[in-house]
Design a protein around this ligand. Sequence first.
Ligand code: SF4
Length: 97
Amino acid sequence: MTVPAECRAEPGQFAPVVDRAKCEGKADCVRVCPFHVFEVGRIADSEFAQLGMFGKMKSLAHGRRTAYTPQASACQACGKCVEACPEKAIKLQRVQR
Ligand code: SF4
């Protein structure tokens, strides 16, 4: 796979964090991430229970779909997912060691 020049951090230094109250599971992050960090699935019951009333209604309206990051350790902090998310639901965070 060709790695885009703007992907600059070593894997494991940063990871995307998804705001469950904002994510609508539209999967733009899945499409743009060069390192296959994301997958979209059904929000876990425990996370759904933590949403506020508005967040629950929004989640239900979108079939409880949300983005997870099973390959977060592959992130190279290019920022494509942050730019692509229409809900501004993704932030990059430095991984604590
Ligand atoms: S910043 Fe987002 S798009 Fe870029 S490598 Fe990390 S998870 Fe993938």
